[in-house]
Write a protein that binds this ligand. Structure first.
Ligand code: SF4
Length: 890
């Protein structure tokens, strides 16, 4: 076994350290890095499955123009000349880049430099706009700089952790594990969850406030007023280090001064609200963790500031265990902010509207121009493409046709655009399908550079795999295009050169006025860069150990050194519900998937927990739609519609539905939730209102439902509805149709022609009942199984999936296949709970019953479930609670 390469997980903003180790046989082992301060060796289900996502199946490995393979020279010339022509004819404002929190800091830096310093427009925005730009705007308004004042260690030091709009258990699982450990060590530590949904995160909560969607500012204004009324304000801190408290308090008192009224507005039990206010008031070490539930709102920036106001009033900021804490969704959202990857920022945290900053950057770059006003933010940028004001766009490492709001319009915009360039590591996505020029980019494991996580920690991503085909790092691709456009200053030969330039720029004209300062890394040698240990900025001098916390001494980054209270007048989401669209569509992540599934969708163990698109709904709302849990339903909004399986998990409040963001055209016929989301944005941050779109749900009537498990892909499925998930040694297709086939057997045989081999068929058909079951064997191994029924209650896929691991289907299996259920009930593991060890619900329930287990630890000792990443522990707790409730009822 070779020495492990230390790198960083590419999925979420926790930024976990990873060890990648090559075995002698060429296989790879992925483990958590025990020395990385973000995760100390742990990885969640997604990080643990990284090794399964590294195959070359589906990779984009050669440049293409209009679907034809071309040389790099031809592709780069096409991009450079295309951009040059459009700029010459229409000006720099007619071109744009749309980049991604997946890019490494060095990639981001070069793209931003080209656009703002050489092309001369700020039309470069990033998909991070969709995730945390409200936090950026809130930080800048309050602190004068976009910074997170605390560090992960504070999760263990806090006496009260308030999780707002964050399903931490699923979206930032390793941070959640750190909170669990802290709570275990100090049970008196209190956890409050503020979220309309009763998510897995609530399993750890001492208090859950199921807030009415969109009312967070009332709640935190109410808290501000309460803290003031209770005399908890830190008068000295306020006087010496802040401005604007009076106005903020007046607005808070006027809008939320009465607890009963706030409770009514937020639809929270007044006693629970009072309990939360009292806990916050009496606990100095309070950490308020917030995420997309706060940011993705038309009032996102005000929500952020209403939270920060409470920390400023009490002076609880930037000291051990206290402060507001924005956790980012993407691995390098923070790194993108550092280099100015957002359309309203310059590089190194400098401002576009600050003449001195523009001069500093232009002088440093020695660039011909410098953008002088903000460019178009993501939603506006694609609107401008739609209106043909932007005529060339270069999309890097992101899939906006799936992820942006009003995504059908985004698709239409790209169809109208003169020049669409996409650089990606995946060949077929909803967005690459619309590209004129496709550029093969390096993927995780092949590229090298840095990322910055949610607690300002810069970590190295290191390459441990060769570049496949002609794939190249993004920084190289952008530099090549820049050179072909005739620009000097892009002759980079390594990420090290780019990083040290970026570090030098952070120090330019910066005597401490700007928080982002990594001048201490500017002189790193190539070897020192390669060996760089994770370190938190600011790092102003060489040898500096990094900065775990900021602002604790009351020094802020506005010109006067003081923080700003922001008076936050509450307002409801822009689009209100009506008779036609009476439900709130909320969108978000599921436990085991990442973004638009382009990478996690290929890992079998990550697909089994949520194998098809679903909509979660309150039981009574479901009843009103006339659909039952497990039925297919259509979810519709003014902007679009999708089809999904109805789930009644018990997590949803009345009046709200939840649809995951992940499914795209490669994994389902009709499930891009972005197409349904209203394109309303926060007026300050430009972040879309992804968690509040008026919607309705109605039954999706089909004549039959079914599924296929097959070793080989089934091409050209021409059906009313389908969804695809990859399993171990098989593909799982969920199907539904309106047209009933007269001869299912003929249909099935036709479908599997692609398998090529002579198959041995076992079939059962009951035309009167509309039931058809078939299994095709290839020399005693199962090749394909097909189950069709007029109803959704079809046999367990988990049991059938397990048959694909067998070399021989025995007689008992054959009998079970025809009967549609295993002869031995224990052979069916049930829906997946623990993805790390492949343990299903039935096995866990049976172990709980058989051994009288009562804690997740006991379940772990018995089955290992929940002992790796811990993401499934909340579900195991629920199963234990269900068992205890059933015993109590008996
Ligand atoms: S929490 Fe999971 S997805 Fe996020 S960085 Fe860590 S291992 Fe990766």
């Amino acid at each position: 076994m070779t020495q492990p390469i230390r790198t960083t997980c590419p999925y979420c903003g926790v930024g976990c350290g990873v060890l990648a180790r090559k075995h002698a046989d060429g296989s790879l082992a992925i483990e958590g890095d025990p020395e990385h301060p973000a995760n100390f060796g742990k990885l969640c289900s997604k990080g643990s499955a990284l090794g399964e996502t590294l195959g070359l199946d589906g990779r984009l490995t050669h440049p293409q123009i209009r679907g034809n393979r071309v040389t790099w020279d031809a592709a780069l010339d096409r991009v450079a000349h295309g951009f040059r022509r459009i700029i010459d004819e229409h000006g720099p404002g007619a071109v744009a880049f749309y980049v991604s929190g997946q890019l490494l800091t060095e990639d981001y830096y070069v793209a931003n430099k080209l656009m703002k310093g050489y092309i001369g427009t700020a039309n470069i925005d990033t998909n991070s706009r969709l995730c945390m730009s409200s936090a950026v705007a809130g930080h800048k308004r309050a602190f004068g700089a976009d910074l997170v004042p605390i560090c992960y260690d504070d999760l263990a030091l806090a006496d009260l952790v308030v999780l707002v709009g964050s399903n931490t258990a699923w979206c930032h699982p390793i941070l959640f594990q750190r909170i669990i450990e802290a709570k275990r060590a100090r049970p008196q530590m209190k956890i409050v969850v503020i979220d309309p949904r009763r998510t897995a995160t609530c399993e750890l909560a001492d208090l859950h406030l199921p807030i009415r969607a969109g009312t967070d500012v009332w709640l935190f204004n109410g808290l501000l007023a309460h803290l003031h009324q209770q005399g908890v304000a830190d008068a000295e801190f306020i006087a010496n280090h802040t401005e604007g408290v009076s106005r903020a308090l007046v607005v808070a008192e006027n809008t939320a001064g009465d607890l009963q009224a706030v409770a009514k507005r937020c639809r929270i039990d007044a006693q629970l609200l009072a309990e939360f206010y009292a806990a916050f008031a009496s606990t100095a070490k309070t950490l308020t963790v917030f995420s997309q539930g706060v940011n993705q709102s038309s009032a996102g920036t005000d929500k952020v500031n209403s939270i920060i106001n409470c920390h400023l009033l009490t002076g609880r900021i930037g000291r051990p265990g206290m402060g507001p804490f924005s956790v980012t969704g993407q691995p390098n959202a923070m790194g993108g902010r550092e280099v100015g990857g957002l359309a309203n920022m310059l590089a190194a945290h400098m401002d576009l509207d600050n003449e001195a900053h523009r001069r500093t950057v232009q002088t440093f770059w020695n660039s011909p121009v410098i953008a002088s006003r903000p460019g178009l933010k993501a939603v506006d940028l694609f609107d401008a493409i739609h209106e043909r004001r932007i005529k060339a766009v270069w999309i890097m490492a992101t899939n906006p046709v799936v992820s942006l709001p009003d995504a059908d319009k985004v698709k239409e915009a790209l169809q109208r655009c003169e020049l669409v360039v996409v650089s990606d590591c995946v060949e077929r996505t909803d967005t690459t399908a619309l590209a004129h020029v496709l550029l093969p980019a390096a993927a995780w494991g092949e590229k090298a550079g840095t990322v910055t996580n949610s607690d300002r920690r810069i970590s190295r991503q290191r390459a441990f795999l060769p570049l496949p085909g002609e794939a190249k790092p993004d920084w190289w691709i952008v530099s090549q295009v820049a050179q072909r456009m005739g620009f000097a200053g892009f002759d980079y030969t390594s990420p090290h050169e780019i990083f040290t330039e970026h570090a030098r720029l952070s120090a330019a004209d910066n005597a401490g006025q700007r928080a982002f300062h990594i001048g201490g890394l500017a002189e790193l040698s190539r070897e020192a860069f390669d060996a760089l240990e994770p370190i938190q900025w600011p790092i102003p001098t060489a040898g500096h150990p990094g900065t775990p916390r900021l602002l604790g001494e009351g020094k802020f980054f506005h010109a006067d050194g003081k923080a700003r209270f922001v008076a936050t007048a509450p307002r409801m989401p822009v689009r209100s519900l009506d008779e036609e669209y009476p439900l709130i569509l909320n969108t978000g992540r599921v436990r085991d998937q990442w973004h638009t599934m382009t990478r996690t969708g290929v890992a079998p163990r990550l697909t089994s927990h949520a194998p098809e698109p679903y909509v979660d709904m309150h039981a009574q709302d479901a009843l009103l739609t006339g659909a039952r849990s497990g039925d297919l339903v259509r979810v519709a909004t003014q902007w679009g519609s999708l089809i999904a399986r109805l789930r009644v998990s018990g997590e949803m409040p009345r009046g709200m539905i939840f649809v995951p963001i992940h499914w795209n055209g490669a994994y389902a016929s009709d499930a891009r939730v972005g197409a349904l989301v209203n394109p309303i944005v926060d007026p300050v941050s430009g972040e879309p209102e992804l968690k509040h779109t008026p919607a309705r749900v109605m039954p999706f009537v089909v004549s039959w439902q079914g599924f296929i498990l097959a070793r080989q892909p089934i091409p050209n499925l021409d059906l009313t509805w389908w969804a695809l998930a990859r399993g171990e040694q098989f593909l799982r297709y969920e199907l539904a149709g309106r047209r009933v086939h007269g001869d299912w057997s003929q249909w099935a045989h036709q479908l599997v022609k692609a398998h090529g081999a002579e198959l041995d068929w076992i079939e059962y058909s009951d035309p009167n009942a509309g039931v058809y079951r078939a299994v095709a064997l290839d020399q005693d191994r199962i090749a394909i199984c097909i189950f069709i029924s007029p109803r959704a209650d079809l046999p367990s896929r988990t049991w059938l999936a397990s048959l694909f691991a067998k070399d021989r289907i025995d007689d008992a299996d054959r009998r079970g296949l025809l009967a549609g259920q295993p002869a031995d009930p224990a052979a069916d593991d049930g829906p997946m709970v623990c993805s790390c060890f492949g343990i299903g619900r039935k096995r866990i329930c049976m172990a709980i019953a058989k051994h009288g287990l009562s804690t997740p630890q006991q379940v772990g000792q018995q089955l290992r479930a929940g002992t790796n990443c811990g993401s499934c522990v909340p579900e195991i707790k629920l199963l234990l609670a269900e068992r205890q409730a059933a015993q109590g009822a008996a």
